[in-house]
Write a protein that binds this ligand. Structure first.
Ligand code: ARG
Length: 591
């Protein structure tokens, strides 16, 4: 279709009075057949078929007729008619007769029998995969997320990266991909000269391989502040700090021991956050890992004359990147003091992640995802572009920046404590748990529930609320942090979802006569008999799960899953149950 169209256009452009090719009837049918073959339901990867934008349009929409009608020289409506004719034999088993709406949109709707069969198949899968097959195109996907900086406070941006990154990994793994979770911690750079030099005076034992592991460095953030203060105020210290970086980069034992002690102490701190959030499988591969590869990257860029000298630095200039004043914006890969920077490390990391022929072996990933705030978009755009132009990225590998907006305070300003300090993540998470606990403990129905169980529920609700708040927002928008909103029982929140889940479990328990079995035993799949429209609506939603997963796998917006789950729970809540089964009004009602 596209080729023909292009050809026609080109001829016109050349000014010749050549008519577009006239198609024979056979050719026309062939085009329609191809459109039909492409319009496989359950495969929204093809842009011809999309999920219906409104429930009254059915389950899917095919919009191909509008585009095809020109080439076929017929009205979009006629063209849609042809597509429908061809589509019928392919879909009649599971779809109602398609409806042609408006100028030529084709609406498809599942048959109830098919919905019943599909949902019982989902229920019959005892593995918990809901009969969803693993992907046929298994890819190796690296997700670079969380990535805090050593000896600096891990902030809400890192929290957001951790939550979004971890969820995307879980989803991609579920789909069947081979996922590598990389924590690209900031553990390298000139600031370590300053830190190690400060340790030399304040914690000399840290500068020895024998004793450094046993030194308690106290609060690292305070340590960082103290070192920075000296660095800014004392010229001698500054010089010593610079010399210290050279020693560290040369691999000198004492400085390396101190650096390791700093990394270890930071690791203990951020591990606490990962434990609270239940983050697993994250492999630390910080900036220092790529240090041995930096020289190679720079000489590759130099030998291609892609990187050029600019005011004492070595820099890459890319088309379309300008400073505010219109002058070309350099991407510096070697500073004037000979040191490398953030971009150089990221170029080396790209090579290591997508190429195979890197010394020591690369990852050869098909997709590399970078989960950081939108403030780093330009950095990643430039680094990706430079890596491609330098030939570091094989044709079939893709580099994607999964960017997210800022977390703001309730007032829309920078997220901070009342006194204006940065909020410690541990405090933030504990506060969410505390508020949840307060709410749960003051409910009379919980009077006879053990403290231990209440504590566990508070933790699930509190931490869940923080996570879900991050996930349920479109990640690109800035969002205002509000305990009240995220812990509300109404709306698309974790407490609501947990309530919905508890209610479902309650219904299952009652209808199957289970007492307190843990975990709950799901009943075996039985025949589905539809008795009301609300059930059909629920099943239609369930049948869309594969499409939602496909969309998130492709576009990486976790909020689509949250929206889907919220919708599913709402649809579930509209279904009526016999009062002997329904626990809505009794024990699990948290409102
Ligand atoms: N450490 C960085 C920061 O805190 C994030 C690193 C993201 N990953 C990367 N490959 N640059 O902003």
């Amino acid at each position: 279709k596209l080729n023909r169209k292009k050809k026609g256009k080109k001829k016109k452009k050349e000014g010749a009075q050549v008519e577009e090719d006239v198609l024979s009837e056979d050719e026309k049918m062939e085009i329609v057949e191809r459109a039909v073959a492409n319009a496989k339901p359950f495969d929204i990867a093809d842009t011809m078929v999309t999920l219906a934008t409104r429930p009254e349009f059915g389950d899917y929409q095919i919009n191909a007729a509008l585009g095809l009608s020109r080439a076929l020289k017929m009205s979009p409506h006629e063209c849609a008619g042809l597509i429908v004719e061809k589509l019928l034999p392919v879909i009649y088993e599971y779809m109602e007769e398609p409806e042609i709406a408006g100028p030529g949109f084709i609406n498809l709707r599942f048959k109830n029998d098919y919905l019943a069969a599909a949902t019982s198949q989902m229920a019959a899968d005892a593995t918990g995969r809901l009969s969803l097959p693993e992907t046929k195109k298994k890819e190796k996907i690296i997700v670079d997320f969380s990535s805090p900086n050593i000896a600096k406070e891990m902030h809400v941006g890192h929290l957001r990266s951790t939550i979004i990154g971890d969820t995307l990994c879980n989803l991609l793994e579920f789909v069947g991909h081979d996922v590598i979770r990389l924590n690209h911690v900031g553990d390298w750079g000139t600031q370590f000269g300053m830190l190690v030099e400060h340790l030399r005076d304040e914690y000399p034992a840290a500068l020895s391989a024998e004793s450094s592991a046993n030194v308690d460095l106290g609060d690292l953030v305070e340590l960082y502040k103290a070192a920075k203060k000296r660095f800014d105020a004392d010229p001698d210290f500054k010089i010593k700090a610079r010399e210290c970086v050279v020693q560290l980069q040369a691999g000198n034992d004492d400085e390396v021991a101190a650096w390791k002690a700093l990394c270890a102490a930071s690791r203990v701190e951020y591990q606490k956050i990962y434990d609270m959030l239940n983050i697993r499988g994250l492999v630390e591969r910080g900036e220092s890992f790529y240090n041995p590869y930096l020289n190679d990257v720079v000489s590759a860029l130099e030998s291609q004359r892609f990187a050029v000298e600019s005011e004492g630095t070595l820099a890459v200039f890319l088309d379309g990147y300008k400073n505010r004043d219109g002058t070309p914006l350099p991407m510096i890969v070697r500073k004037s003091d000979g040191g490398f920077n953030y971009a150089t490390t990221d170029l080396a990391a790209i090579r290591h992640r997508v190429e195979f022929e890197v010394e020591g072996g690369g990852e050869k990933a098909d997709r590399v995802l970078y989960v950081t705030d939108a403030g780093q978009s330009q950095h990643f755009n430039m680094v990706f572009e430079a890596a491609k132009q330098a030939g570091f990225v094989p044709e079939n590998s893709s580099l994607e920046h999964v960017s997210f907006g800022l977390v703001q305070g309730a007032d829309g300003k920078k997220f901070a404590t009342r006194s204006g300090d940065t909020v410690k993540l541990k405090d933030l998470l504990n506060e969410a748990v505390r508020i949840a606990s307060e709410d749960i403990c003051q409910r009379s129905e919980n009077d006879c529930v053990s403290k231990e169980i209440l504590g566990r529920v508070a933790k699930t609700v509190g931490i869940g609320a923080v996570k879900y708040a991050d996930l349920s927002m479109n990640r690109e928008s800035n969002y205002r942090f509000s305990y009240e909103r995220m812990l509300s029982l109404n709306g698309n929140t974790a407490p609501y979802m947990l309530y919905a889940y508890a209610r479902i479990c309650g219904i299952i328990r009652k209808s199957t006569g289970q007492k307190d079995e843990k975990p709950i035993k799901w009943p075996e799949a039985s025949e589905i008999i539809i008795t009301e429209e609300a059930e059909v609506e629920l099943m239609r939603n369930l049948a869309h799960l594969p499409d939602i997963l496909l969309e998130v796998e492709r576009d990486l917006y976790p909020n689509k899953i949250c929206d889907y789950l919220f919708e599913t729970s709402q649809k579930f809540n509209k279904v009526s149950f016999s009062s002997s089964c329904d626990t809505r009004k009794s024990e699990v009602d948290m409102r």
